[in-house]
Write a protein of this length. Structure first.
Length: 459
């Protein structure tokens, strides 16, 4: 066991937790569970939006307010497994399939979003999910995520340094609003965050092999964690990380060798315009005389989108339709945004004295700087690591509270809604414009604050 893990001995006695809670904390715990239950019940199709306990939280986010039918992202993965079983290409699973005649599409899912995951997901997890009918499989996936959340609480409580801190750990897990969006869409971002938690607990237990294996599994869910390989490389651990990377590359190459036409689909739907605003679809049509500036998109609220909104606020010019426009020079600002975390990560990952959980969290946060198409549900990837930081008191007090509120609160779409549905817009468009800008800035502010705070806090 490392010196670091010896300095942070875990507390595992549940009775000790409960006895250490103040009276108000003991009263609050059932209320917190009820709040989380309301987030879970809002996923249900019972009742109209916002009219009953079921569906109450849906109007608070763009993602759940009628943009996509419930479980659309889940059904994209589910359908990829069905198409893989039929021996058909999996990256053809796109919303266009919803409009194809059933004999032509051979769809099993009722509707789909776009499949963007590594191909091995279609041939493993997605095939397994096809054991159940579509709707039952979706409910099963929500249940699995809820089980992971409860397991995550148990894992993080094992690393609490003081019993009373356990109350704040439980609060962090159960009052995180984006988990509702995650469940509603049937996404896999929370699974990714849980795998990062497994990497972290492996490191804390002194088992780098176990940590590396969990990291390798995470590559097959989303390749976002690939840069964290530097942590193992700088600690002279090469064989296992390289084996995982090679395995990911081989399975991907073999798939595209069988279905070469999917290469273009994978690039257009999974990469172009998502890693950076000017890399593809946001650069304008080829017929345009000049490239277009970056775009703002209601469902996306990563750091790059926040910077685009801020640049638009500073620009303060309107287009021919009277809408506030984004200047083209924003592209150059976004290049700096992407480069910003790199020197900090490089220095942190080489520092043998820095807390490894802080390093892991810095790499997790860097993705929010690099990925342009970050949605609100993606913030569930940060929840497990943030809860672990709270448990180990890497982050405490006012910074912890402010950062958590920024990351965990609803995006307030219900107040900042689109102009055509917002009563404020025709009467006071300037105020509406300022509120809309705030909509894009809240969560990026939380990411930036957490990144800087963790960088300053070495151990």
């Amino acid at each position: 066991m490392s010196d670091l893990s010896q300095r942070h001995q875990p507390i595992v006695n549940c009775q000790l937790f409960w006895k250490s809670f103040a009276i108000w904390q003991k009263v609050a715990i059932p209320l917190i569970f009820l709040f989380h239950l309301s987030l879970l019940c809002s996923v249900s199709n019972r009742g109209n939006y916002g009219s009953r306990f079921f569906g109450f939280w849906r109007p608070f986010a763009w993602d759940t307010h009628g943009w996509l039918a419930r479980g659309g992202d889940f059904f994209a993965v589910y359908e990829s497994g069905h198409q893989a079983f039929l021996g058909r290409p999996v990256y053809h699973v796109q919303p266009e399939m919803n409009r194809l005649p059933l004999p032509e599409s051979r769809m099993r899912a009722p509707y789909v979003a776009t499949f963007r995951y590594p191909p091995i997901i279609a041939y493993s997890l997605a095939v397994f999910l096809n054991i159940f009918p579509p709707d039952s499989s979706y409910k099963f996936w929500v249940f699995c995520n809820e089980a992971l959340l409860l397991l995550g609480i148990a894992l993080t409580l094992r690393h609490v340094r003081r019993p009373r801190t356990g109350f704040y750990v439980i609060c962090a897990w159960l009052t995180f609003y984006p988990i509702h969006i995650e469940y509603y869409l049937g996404q896999f971002s929370f699974l990714m965050g849980f795998l990062w938690l497994c990497v972290a607990t492996g490191i804390l237990s002194g088992s780098r092999k176990r940590a590396t294996d969990w990291w390798g599994v995470s590559l097959f869910v989303k390749a976002y964690s690939l840069p964290f390989a530097l942590y193992f490389f700088f600690r002279k651990q090469f064989r296992r990380p390289i084996c995982w990377i090679v395995l990911l590359a081989l399975t991907t190459i073999i798939y595209f060798a069988i279905f070469p036409s999917d290469i273009k689909l994978f690039y257009e739907r999974g990469i172009a315009g998502r890693l950076f605003a000017g890399s593809g679809i946001h650069a304008g049509d080829k017929s345009d005389a000049a490239p277009k500036p970056p775009e703002l998109y209601w469902g996306s609220m990563g750091v790059q989108r926040g910077v685009v909104a801020l640049c638009r606020l500073l620009y303060l010019k309107r287009d021919s339709q009277g809408n506030f426009s984004v200047p083209y020079w924003t592209h150059y600002i976004l290049y700096l945004v992407i480069l910003f975390p790199i020197p900090f990560l490089w220095i942190a990952v080489r520092d043998k004295g820095r807390d490894p959980i802080i390093i892991l969290t810095l790499f997790a946060l860097a993705w929010f700087f690099w990925y342009y198409d970050t949605w609100e549900h993606h913030y569930t990837m940060l929840l497990p690591l943030f809860a672990l930081l709270v448990a180990r008191e890497n982050i405490t007090g006012r910074p912890a509270l402010v950062i958590y509120i920024l990351l965990a609160m609803p995006s307030l779409w219900i107040f900042f809604g689109r102009p055509e549905t917002n009563p404020l817009y025709p009467h006071n468009p300037i105020v509406y414009f300022l509120l809309e800008t705030l909509y894009y800035l809240i969560k990026p502010a939380g990411v930036l604050y957490l990144f800087i705070h963790l960088w300053i806090k070495k151990v």
